[in-house]
Structures are given as structure tokens and as C-alpha cells.
Design a protein around this ligand. Sequence first.
Ligand code: AP5
Length: 219
Amino acid sequence: MRNVFIFLGPPGAGKGTQALKVSQELEIPFISTGDMLRNAVKKGTTLGKEAGEYMKKGELVPDEIVIGIIKERLREDDCRKGCILDGFPRTRTQAEALNKIVEDMGNSKIITFFIDVPDDEVIARNTKRRVCANCGAVYHLENNPPSKRGICDSCGGELVQRNDDKEEVVRERLRVYKEKTYPLLEFYRDKGLVTVEGVGEIEEVYSRIISKIKELDKA
Ligand code: AP5
């Protein structure tokens, strides 16, 4: 059985941070719609130009665009062993589309993690996040700083603030999350939803997730 892990939670809950660590541990691909869309914006593709208009305002990119990207990505060979999705699904339509994609993949199941973090922590994490302009590595000015101020530990690239990490945009992303994505918890509740306390050191949250995965493996 191959597992498709999804990570739900408010903006800045640590979904990307944790999903990447789990994908390295399980040796399955890490697929982030946010990263894919930001790459398209950076390259100035047609998709990037359209998506960028929504992203800079903190709104969701239309379902049909994101579903198309995910459908194509999950067809690639490296997803045969399963994968980790970060930032998808975010709406009921996306969740229903994912069910269909996973059903068509055969012998696959969805495991959903919800990383629970309160609003004030969400604002602090997003506004103090910095990302590498070159490789995309994620840092936090206080909780996860680079060794040298403003410089990426992995590649030496420049650390910058994401356009959508300005406080007013973060507040809009949080509003959109509550309206469109939070209701998905109900959708997944009877389908094996695992809730994880997201406050604490990055390593602490990670061990909570890994121990849940081990429990699920034994079940
Ligand atoms: P996306 O990139 O997915 O943004 P998001 O969901 O708002 O999530 P973030 O990336 O902001 O946060 P995260 O939870 O991954 O936290 P992170 O690990 O970085 O999407 C961006 C935009 O793209 C959307 O607004 C939308 O426009 C569009 N989009 C993407 N997917 C879409 C979809 N499916 N449909 C439609 N539109 C879509 O951590 C945050 C910070 O906190 C970091 O600085 C980190 O170092 C720090 N941190 C992490 N864990 C901890 C911890 N335990 N303690 C302290 N600090 C921590």
C-alpha cells in the first residue's frame, strides 16, 4: 500500500518544515504547491503570471489550476512509493479531486496530519520567516536562524522575506484558511485524521509526527 500524506494547518503552522523532514525520513517525494507556484512566478511563465496575482493578495489560486498541477505531478514515476503533499488540498473541490486521483492510482491511501497552531503564533512565524532566494530553504529570525545573518546555510544564497509574509497579507491568508481550508478537518475526520500539537521546538513537533506514523504502521 502506498501512502499519500497530506499536511493541513494554518499558514506558518510548520507544514513545509515538517513535511520536508518526513519526506527525507521516508524517502518519498515532497510536493509543495506553494513552492511549485512560487517557482512558476519566479520564471515568469503564463501560469506564474496568473497565479502570482492571487498569491500576492493572500488569496487561493483557482482550483482547476492547482488540481491540474497535482494530477500531473502524481503521475510521475517517483510517486510510485507514495509522497508527501504540502499545501494541497485547500478546498473541498481539491479534496474531492485528490480522492479521485488517489483512487485511480490504485493500492493507495491518504493519511492526513493537522498541525494545530494558534493565531498569534501564526502571525509571528510568518512575519519572521526568511527564505533563500536561491534554493528556497526556510529559516526563522528567532526560532531557526541561519548561522550567518541573511545568508543561507545550505547554498550561501541571500535570505529574503516572501511577498505574502507582510503582516496584512498574512492576516488575509489566515482569513482565507479559516473560510476555505479549516472546514476540510470535518471532511477528513472519519478518514483517519491525525491532529498534532504544532507549538514547541521543530524537533519536538517532528517526533510527535514520526511517532504517529510508526503507530499507524503497526496498526
Ligand atoms: P503556501 O506556500 O502553501 O503557504 P501556506 O499554507 O500559507 O503555508 P506556509 O508556507 O506559509 O507555512 P508552513 O505551514 O509551510 O510553515 P513553514 O514550515 O514555512 O502557499 C502560498 C500561496 O500559494 C497561497 O496563499 C495561495 O495563494 C497559493 N497556493 C498554494 N497552494 C495552493 C492550493 N492548493 N490551492 C490554491 N492556492 C494555493 O514555517 C513557517 C515559519 O515558522 C518558518 O520560518 C519556520 O522556520 C518556522 N517554524 C516552523 N516550525 C516551527 C516551530 N515548531 N516552532 C517555531 N517556529 C517554527
